[in-house]
Structure formats: structure tokens, C-alpha cells
Write a protein that binds this ligand. Sequence first.
Ligand code: MG
Length: 377
Amino acid sequence: MSLTIRCHLAISRSNRIPALPITLTHRMTHTTTSTSTTTTRQSGTEAAPPSPPTATAGDQRSNNHYHNTPPRLSPAGAKMANSKYEYTRAFENPRYLLPNTYVILRLDGRSFTNFSASQKFQKPNDSRALDLMNASAAATLKAIPEILIAYGASDEFSFLLSRECALFNRREDKLVSTVVSTFTAWYVFLWSRHFTEEGEELQTPPSFDCRAVCYPSVGNIRDYFAWRQVDVHINNLYNTAFWALVIKGGVAGKEAEVELRGTLAADKNELLFSRFGINYNNEPVMYRKGSVVYRDYRTPEDEDAEGAEPSASVKPPKQRKQKEGERGTTAIQERKLKTPREEVGRRAGKARIVTEHVDIIGDAFWEKRPWLLGSGN
Ligand SMILES: [Mg+2]
């Protein structure tokens, strides 16, 4: 034991060797614990669980070296460092999303099967839960003016950033964490406005994961949103049929699964109509189409007019169109990063944030709202 302590002290002073002191320190702790446990048993009293090892200043110094030896700061960097610990900054490894690409940030409920069960969500859809998702998405759009449009259903939402977006210099971890935490905070904050009855309080904190994906073209973005809306249709038709069998038909869940296995959309429509009198097309449009949330720069009068242009009083943020031959050049990117965020926020702040349940697979939605896809439209 004395040998161990000598080694440990020597290594702590050297302040550089990562693995050896930890091994020795742990071995020493383990031996001490085993001995005390054995002693307790021999004394005939009830065996107590071994107490955790107490961290000493030496242990903490050792733990700082669990990872690989850090990269050395250059002499110039060392002079500029505020403290000897600042070298740990060198481990940060930020990832910047590709310039000149659209960015989709898609968040998704974590363990929402369990969460919805604990909150007793109605099946197959709970309009209160969907309204809460939509309200949280609208609040996220308001908080982050750079978001052009959001689309969601069930427990997921996708947020679109423009190709020119320079928020956080397009740093992925900042964008992902800001969007998902803003959304989650609003989801919790707004809960009681949508679940108002006694006994409907939050039972457990909800959480969402989030990912960022870059897409190079308008076509990709259109296809992405089409993919999500087709998914909503497929899932909702299946869920409507499944829960009709279970709730109205008294069929066990496993049997309902077997009955629906391999069926086409037409089969499910027929099953719903012939056995339960449900015309799927009459189901609430929010369930069938999902929800799209965006800034509308048109006045209500504009909306009534066919093929209306955005109102003269409220214009969407200007998006600089690229000239032929300029795509992807460094010069263009540098100019874009200087776009003042305040200007985006000022103009976006004048727009109404609207939530609609409409087809976004066809051209009509996008053609009537040309500002949604930024300069790429
Ligand atoms: Mg999900």
C-alpha cells in the first residue's frame, strides 16, 4: 500500500501520465473496501453495502487524465490562454452544416408510446396533443425567425432553414440544440392550455430528439415534405383502421395486426366503411394531412384573391438570387454570413404565423407562397 501511494504522488506531480495513476488508485480503493466488508461480516453484524470510495484531490487530478493526452497548445496559444485549463477548449469539435444548402431540423418524441400512455392520449389521434405540437411549433417559429416553414404530425416536426441561413454560422450542435430545446420548453409551457381538465396534468417530462440534414435543391426539399406527408397518410389510415378494430370491433391488438397485415389502402378504406361506417375522407383533415406552420406575409384580403401576390405593405425578407456561375463560391458565402439577423427578424415579426392542414405534395401550396423556399423557388 505504501508503494502505491508513493507512485501516485510521483505521478500527480508529473501531471502528464494518464493511465497508470488511475489503475493504482482504483486498486488501492478496491482492496480497502473488500477488507472492510470482510471485517464487518466476521464481526457478525448485518452486512452493509460497501460505501463508495471518497474522492481525494489526487483522485480528481487523476480523473482529469482519463482521456487521451490533449493536443498541446502552440506557444502563441499558450500565451493567450486565460488559464492552464483552457487547453480543454481544443477538444471541442464543432461541425458546420454545408454552406449553400437547405437545412431540415427534424425533431421526434422520445419514447412517446410510453409518454402518450401515461398521459392517456386518445386513440388513434388526440386533437389536444396535436394542437399542442402545432402551438409549440408556432412558438418555435416566432422565437427563431430564420425558420421558413415547419411541418409535422403525431410526435414529430420538421423545420426548414434557407440556403442563406447564417444563424450560429450554421453550427450544427447549436442549431439542433436550440430548436429542440425551444420546442420542448414551449411544449411543457403550453401543456396546461391544451389539457385543461383535472387529472390531465403532465405526469412525466416529455423529451424530443433532433437531427439536421442538408439538402442541395428545391426539388429535394419538396420531395422531403412530400415524403413526410405521404407517411402521415399511410400511418393515419393504418392507425384509424387498427383502433376501429380494437375499440369499436372489440378485436385484440394482435388479431387486429394480423387482419391488417398486407392490406392495401383500398382494403383499409373498405374495412372502415363496411364494418364501422367510417368514411376515411371525412376524418378530420388535421389527422389526414398533418400540420404546416409558416409565416404568411399576405393580408387576409390577399388570401381571398386568386393568385395573389404578397401585400405591398408587408414583404417577405429579400432573398438574394444567385447569378449563374456564382454558386458555391467563397465570396458569396462571406457576403451571406454578413446578412443582419435583425433584418430577418424585423420582417418576419410583421408576418402572421399560420397553421394549416393542406396538401403540400402538389405544386399549388408552394406556388402561392413563393417566399417559403427562399431564393431557390
Ligand atoms: Mg415518432
